[in-house]
Ligand binder design. Structure first.
Ligand code: ATP
Ligand code: MG
Length: 440
């Protein structure tokens, strides 16, 4: 086959045989968020460019190098083309939506979650894509470190419910703009002494955003960063107390962590708490979840000063780690009943009975390929059907058929009358109980 058009570099198709993995993490994420009182929000895929420049920050890699533009011809003659950006992350759009819909006028804290696609023009590699998916949560209104611990606990609970055992939590505090000004001075002095060893990107970061050097993925910068002064040593009293509060809350929940001064996050809006959950099982792109506090962002986007915090979890990486650790995924749904048929009248009966069952929500299939009984049964086996039923002239005449349980080989008589749906439902429930007994 000569494929004429292929998918864009750095994107993925999720084929049906893999979809159960996505359904597993999406369901676990939504259930866990709801258990912590977070409600779902959905936001547009593209937003005005200014939103990302103002929030994510125009000195960040994400904004400088990784954003996708979308443009469309203006529909008003003479007006400029419209230009937007595909979202590189979910926080900026969520904060915009929170303000635009007045969600901060509701009872606080306002707690939201989302599952969405993000777009970044990065160099594609394992676990680094150009279109990827995030599960994220955002909480608005609380400046208490109890909120930071709550959000970290949510992420930890989700990873635990997925069956992951090998994930480490790293925390740090990057203080408020006040402590950062003092820290930048010391850090700049330290880094300037080794300026010519830094990578080109970090040389340019030195002036505007020296903390980003600590997060640089180049080995030389990493080496230099090891001996750099640590921001936790330069926190003001309030930020220090906040960080101590977070540690106490984590200890109260028995959540283990390591303080990692190199965690500074790649986006500009963070203040105080920053954290990451990292796996060592999927190679170098092992950060599954990153988050922190962004107390200044709501005001920066035009709202009243409102403390806020959140995290985003990369779902592709989450699934990769689950695979690496051998975690369970929801099994694909089995076909409840396959109705095989011989002859035209029987095939019409199959259609009628299948329709009645499907109206009640059962997963039922019948032949649409004009195949003989043997290939129909083979297909039913592929569907891993729980029951099969064969309809032919005899069954139509007697208005009765045999329901065959595919696991045990047992056969039950079933009347093809107006009790058919109820009787099938009872047979299926009985079968489910048996299967459950066996698995105990
Ligand atoms: P990294 O350091 O790996 O580049 P980041 O700091 O850019 O991550 P965030 O912006 O905090 O990541 O996004 C949160 C999470 O989204 C990351 O921890 C990761 O799991 C996931 N993620 C980010 N970029 C990508 C990508 N290009 N491909 C797949 N997942 C990604
Ligand atoms: Mg990145």
């Amino acid at each position: 086959m000569a494929l004429i058009i292929k998918k864009p570099n750095g994107t993925r198709d999720v084929v049906p045989s893999q979809i159960n993995k996505w359904q597993t993490v999406e369901k676990l994420a939504a259930d866990t968020a709801q258990a912590f009182g977070f409600k779902e929000i959905r936001i547009p895929t593209f937003e005005e460019t200014g939103l990302f420049n103002r929030s994510v920050g125009d000195t960040t890699d994400v904004v400088q190098k990784e954003m996708y533009k979308v443009s469309a011809k203006s529909r008003d003659n003479g007006k400029d083309d419209e230009e937007y950006n595909l979202r590189p992350e979910g926080t900026a759009g969520t904060v915009r939506a929170v303000l635009e819909n007045g969600l901060l006028n509701e009872a606080l804290p306002q707690k939201l979650f989302y599952i969405l696609s993000c777009f970044r023009h990065e160099r594609p590699q394992a676990n680094r894509l150009r279109e990827f998916h995030q599960f994220g949560v955002e909480m608005f209104g609380s400046s208490s470190p109890a909120a930071d611990a709550d959000v970290i606990c949510l992420a930890k609970t989700l990873l635990g419910r997925a069956g992951l055992k090998n994930i480490k939590l790293y925390i740090n505090s990057i203080g408020c703009p006040g402590c950062r000004a003092k820290y930048y001075k010391v850090l700049r002095e330290f880094l300037s002494a080794r300026e010519n060893e830094l990578c080109d990107t970090c040389k340019s970061r030195l002036e505007k955003n020296p903390m980003r050097v600590l997060d640089c993925k180049s080995p030389i910068c990493g080496e230099i960063a090891k001996d750099a002064p640590k921001i936790v040593d330069y926190l003001c009293d309030d930020c220090k107390a906040h960080f101590e509060g977070l540690k106490a809350n984590l200890a109260a929940m028995d959540i283990k962590y390591e303080i990692n001064p190199k965690i500074v996050r790649g986006l500009d809006y963070y203040t105080r708490t920053v954290f990451e959950f990292v796996s060592e099982d999927i190679g170098s792109q092992g950060t599954v979840c990153g988050g922190g506090r962004y107390d200044g962002l709501v005001e920066q986007l035009g709202g009243a000063p409102t403390p806020a915090l959140g995290f985003a979890m990369g779902l592709e990486r989450f699934i990769s780690v689950m695979e690496a650790e051998g975690c369970d995924f929801i099994s694909p749904k089995r076909c409840d009943l396959y109705i095989a048929s011989m002859g035209e009248a029987a095939s019409r009966k199959a259609v009628e009975l299948a329709y009645k069952l499907r109206l009640e929500g059962y997963y039922v299939e019948y032949d649409v390929m004009n195949r003989g009984i043997k290939p129909q049964m083979k297909y039913s086996n592929k569907l891993n059907s729980i029951f099969t039923m064969v309809l032919g002239d005899n069954e139509l005449e007697t208005a009765a058929a045999k329901l065959k349980c595919m696991d045990s080989g047992e056969q039950l008589d079933i009347a093809l009358d107006d009790k058919f749906v109820d009787n099938f439902s009872n047979a299926l429930v009985a079968e489910m109980f048996k299967a459950e007994d066996m698995s105990l």
